[in-house]
Design a protein around this ligand. Structure first.
Ligand code: 3PG
Ligand code: MG
Length: 399
């Protein structure tokens, strides 16, 4: 892999040059207040931004937030992120109210050496995510006009073939930022020859999102522990009734097939916390997986499952975890995620947490981030990396 890095760019000297940085500032926002609920992704790009500021670059940061539909939508504005980024950098961040329009042009033109601007949400422009090369290219031309060099530090978005990730680096001298480098370095340890036993924990709500990675990981891992909403489709595949739990009916057959081919490596819950409703105050009990009442839905893994998963994790030398074990945002259904997370921190293993939700869970549950080997800022990106897929954002840096 021949990727130029931020240090190469810094060595050339960036003082007075405009450096366009693609970051992934797609942070979770509180639905009611719009406040940033977890600023982990903002903190994660500070090393790159700080180095550029210190070197006297005019730093132009761009990012997406959420999934607006190619047109401005105030609920997805990056404006609150500009405020938080400024606090963390200790210097105001100039916010452009559009991405490539008049506001962006004058904001970038007005930057002094060592100052930082943030452009409005890239996805307010249809060209960013377009499947049409020409439409993406036209938008990439406009973005590239704001930089003399390009830094990709948006690890969470490297699996997207989007203008700012894939087409801009074809138009400017390009390097990988500190975050992208560190993520690739860590994840490549997992795809290389991980120390064994190698135990993977997968959770989250959708099996369909995780199928490819389960397929890819099965031959490699020693144990695959499955919790979260996706476990119910597997339980159904074992012939169990899952009440009103999350179920992807069209995936049951695939799950059955995976279980058959898994050589007993897949561990499923033996008990779950089943509730009357998807609500923080819903009545709930721990039940065996063969006794889920027909009117109830499972919202967390149960204590016996946590103990079993913890025992498997305690043997591990390498651990990858993606996806919460239950609805950890609700206190009544947080014990599974907490228990598994704590078991990971106690294991004498190299551990990697992947995925925005799992990383946010670690912080929301007040766990010590430093007791994990690495907390990835990429959800889909880290999974696709482990699947061995070509990531457009990385491929673009290699050219
Ligand atoms: C993420 O949250 O996984 C990244 O920011 C990518 O977002 P996307 O899935 O909307 O492309
Ligand atoms: Mg995502």
């Amino acid at each position: 892999m021949s990727i130029r890095t931020l240090d190469d760019l810094l060595a050339e000297g960036v003082s007075g040059r405009r450096v366009l940085v693609r970051a992934d500032l797609n942070v979770p926002l509180d639905k009611q207040t719009g406040d940033i609920t977890d600023d982990g992704r903002i903190r994660a790009v500070l090393p790159t931004l700080g180095a550029l500021v210190e070197a006297g670059a005019k730093v132009v940061v761009c990012s997406h937030l959420g999934r607006p539909k190619g047109t401005p939508d105030p609920q997805f504005s990056l404006s609150p992120v500009a405020g938080r980024l400024g606090e963390l950098l200790g210097a105001p961040v100039h916010f452009a109210e559009d991405t490539v329009g008049d506001s962006a042009r004058s904001t970038v033109a007005g930057l002094a050496d060592g100052q930082v601007a943030l452009l409005e949400n890239l996805r307010f422009n249809a060209g960013e995510t377009s499947k049409d090369e020409a439409e993406r290219g036209a938008f990439a031309d406009q973005l590239a006009a704001f930089g003399d060099a390009y830094v990709d530090d948006a690890f969470g978005a490297v699996h997207r073939k989007h203008a700012s990730v894939y087409d801009v680096p074809a138009r400017l001298p390009h390097v990988a930022g500190r975050l992208v480098l560190r993520e690739v370095e860590v994840l490549s340890k997992l795809t290389g020859s991980p120390e064994r036993p190698y135990v993977v924990v997968l959770g989250g709500s959708k099996v369909s999102d995780k199928l490819a990675v389960i397929e890819a990981l099965l031959p490699t891992v020693d144990r695959l522990l499955i919790g979260g909403g996706m476990c119910f489709t597997f339980l159904k595949a074992q012939g169990l009734e899952v009440g009103t739990s999350l179920l992807e009916k069209d995936m049951v057959e695939t799950c059955r097939n995976l279980l058959e081919r898994s050589d007993g490596k897949i561990m499923l819950p033996v008990d779950v916390v089943a509730a009357d409703a998807f609500a923080p105050d819903a009545a709930h009990d721990t039940v065996r997986v063969d006794g889920i009442p027909s009117h109830r839905l499972g919202l967390d893994i149960g204590p016996e499952t946590v103990a079993g998963f913890a025992a498997a994790l305690s043997q591990a030398k390498t651990i990858f975890w993606n996806g919460p074990m239950g609805v950890f945002e609700m206190a009544a259904f947080a014990a599974g995620t907490r228990g598994v997370a704590e078991a990971i921190t106690k294991a004498d293993a190299f551990s990697v947490v992947g995925g925005g939700d799992s990383a946010a869970a670690v912080r929301a549950l007040g766990l010590d981030e430093s007791s994990f080997g690495h907390i990835s800022t990429g959800g889909g990106a880290s999974l696709e990396y482990l699947e061995g897929k070509t990531l457009p954002g990385i491929a673009a840096l290699e050219n």
